[in-house]
Design a protein around this ligand. Structure first.
Ligand code: IMP
Length: 182
């Protein structure tokens, strides 16, 4: 018998995603008031590679005003399970001391990655550090993490697309789909 390809069922279409991300961009800017000279605040978006690259690209364009882009690479996952052993594989190039940083993550699952990253970045002295997660799976949490902006809260499904992978595949799907369901 030929192996069956995994089944994908759409959870969020590209249009639904675009609407939500556009709204998030405005929500985010609204929480960064201008400085005392009425200059708009520069926000340093820190995308967590690889999963956040699609969300980061759309979110950056949805936030009005000055935004700069940084990337952090982490590894912790094998297949569909978090190893809980988070490692920075690609560090920031910029010094974030004194900057208003927004960590941009594809999904908060166990929370181990975000908890680790928040601690690793806090010690570098940012002026502020907030977190935007495109997806949140609260039922899977092992460590509590504060998510300042959430795209969608979802039940415990393994999802792919819009940057999220299964063994490095499906990141290029323009929708978010549940893997393994007809
Ligand atoms: P956490 O450390 O368990 O919160 O996991 C965070 C990382 O696990 C995310 O940045 C994703 O890369 C990956 N991840 C968690 N759930 C999923 C999923 O449903 N699909 C694809 N990747 C996931």
């Amino acid at each position: 018998m030929m192996p069956q390809p995994p089944k994908l069922s759409t959870l969020y279409s590209p249009a639904v995603i675009a609407n939500r991300v556009a709204a998030m961009g405005l929500e985010i800017r609204a929480l960064y008031p201008p400085d005392s000279d009425a200059n708009p605040t520069r926000i340093t978006l820190i995308g967590v590679l690889k999963g956040s690259y699609v969300f980061l690209a759309d979110l950056a364009r949805a936030i009005p005003g000055p935004v700069e882009i940084e990337f952090l690479g982490v590894s912790s996952y094998n297949g569909t399970e978090s190893s809980g052993n988070v490692r920075i594989t690609h560090d920031l190039r910029a010094d974030i001391a004194g900057r208003h940083c927004l960590l941009v993550e594809d999904i908060a699952d166990t929370g181990l990655t975000l908890d680790y990253l928040r601690r690793a970045l806090e010690v570098r002295g940012p002026a502020s550090l907030r977190v935007a997660a495109f997806l949140d799976k609260p039922s899977r949490r092992i460590v509590p993490v504060q998510l300042d902006f959430i795209g969608f809260s979802i039940p415990d499904h393994f999802v792919v697309g819009y940057g999220l992978d299964y063994d490095q595949l499906y990141r290029n799907l323009p929708e978010v789909a549940i893997l393994g369901k007809a």
